[in-house]
Design a protein around this ligand. Structure first.
Ligand SMILES: Nc1ncnc2c1ncn2[C@@H]1O[C@H](COP(=O)(O)OP(=O)(O)OP(=O)(O)O)[C@@H](O)[C@H]1O
Length: 259
């Protein structure tokens, strides 16, 4: 049974329809990534899933008692506001005790931050604390909206490894928005390509080969994919005609999905 299912959902801001007839479902324990160009409605879709926006048409059904954890794109905290990490974690969860908060920090990979001031955290630490806050209620479904924005490449790779560990340990499903296509391709069970509607969806391999996805992301995506699939240089038959340049020095510019 799915945790959440979205059926023919349309969402608009005033007269501006942003999502049209979007349908998909999330099953327990899967990692689903939503990709799409800027303004394609990714954040709107997540906000609709958490109930912050009402769809104009269609239906969203949740498994009874579903617990959702949400990690926002960014959170501005007034640097003059003195608040510790532990206090911050308890703000929306006043019933959460110190032990629960400590366990959530541990799960988010930052067990030592409990007594630190929020304003003194680095970007990477803040994202981990936001993740911990989403984990306090032991969610069945974790939603992440470009949670690694502003992190450097090793920082965001480490963050996504943490997400995979959280999924392994807690069994929660994950729906995340990401622009980092190479990470997306390696970490997801399923990819949904959104551009106002669902252009295509499926395993990373299927989506990356779909013409709709290629049209949106062009050859840059082929590059990201090749980077994920090919960690070493490889030889090609000079006569093969699967449509990419044989430039071995610049391996990750190749488009390999046609192979
Ligand atoms: N609160 C709002 N009021 C009016 N229009 C909005 C609002 N939020 C988003 N929009 C519009 O809806 C469209 C989709 O926005 P959304 O933030 O969902 O896209 P996105 O795919 O998450 O974009 P990005 O990749 O840039 O974060 C955009 O055209 C945006 O201007």
């Amino acid at each position: 049974m799915s945790l959440v299912s979205v059926e023919n959902v349309s969402v608009g801001y005033g007269a501006n329809t942003v999502l049209r007839n979007v349908s998909f479902a999330v099953t327990p324990k899967e990692i689903v990534t939503i990709v799409g160009p800027n303004g394609s409605g990714k954040t709107t879709l997540l906000r609709t899933l958490i109930g912050a926006i009402r769809p104009s048409t269609g239906r969203i059904s949740q498994k009874p008692g579903l617990r959702i954890g949400y990690v926002p794109q960014k959170l501005h905290i007034d640097p003059t506001l003195p608040i510790t990490v532990n206090r911050f974690l308890r703000l929306p969860n006043s019933k959460a005790d110190r032990k629960t908060c400590a366990a959530a920090l541990e799960r988010a990979g930052v067990p030592d931050l409990t007594n630190r001031q929020m304003s003194a955290l680095s970007g990477g630490q803040l994202q981990r604390v936001l993740l911990a806050r989403a984990l306090v209620n032991e969610p069945d479904l974790l939603l992440l909206d470009e949670a690694t924005q502003g992190l450097d490449q090793p920082g965001s790779a480490a963050f996504y490894r943490q997400i995979e560990e959280v999924r392994r340990e807690t069994g929660c499903a994950v729906v995340m928005i990401s622009h980092e296509l190479h990470v997306v391709m390696s970490a997801s069970d399923r990819v949904i390509c959104l551009n106002g509607h669902v252009c295509c969806e499926g395993t990373p391999d299927i989506v990356s080969a779909a013409p709709e996805y290629r049209a949106l992301f062009g050859t840059g995506t082929g590059g990201a994919l090749a980077l994920y699939r090919h960690e070493h240089d490889h030889a090609h038959d000079e006569n093969c005609d699967h449509g990419h340049a044989h430039d071995h020095k610049n391996n990750h510019r190749q488009t390999e999905a046609a192979e």
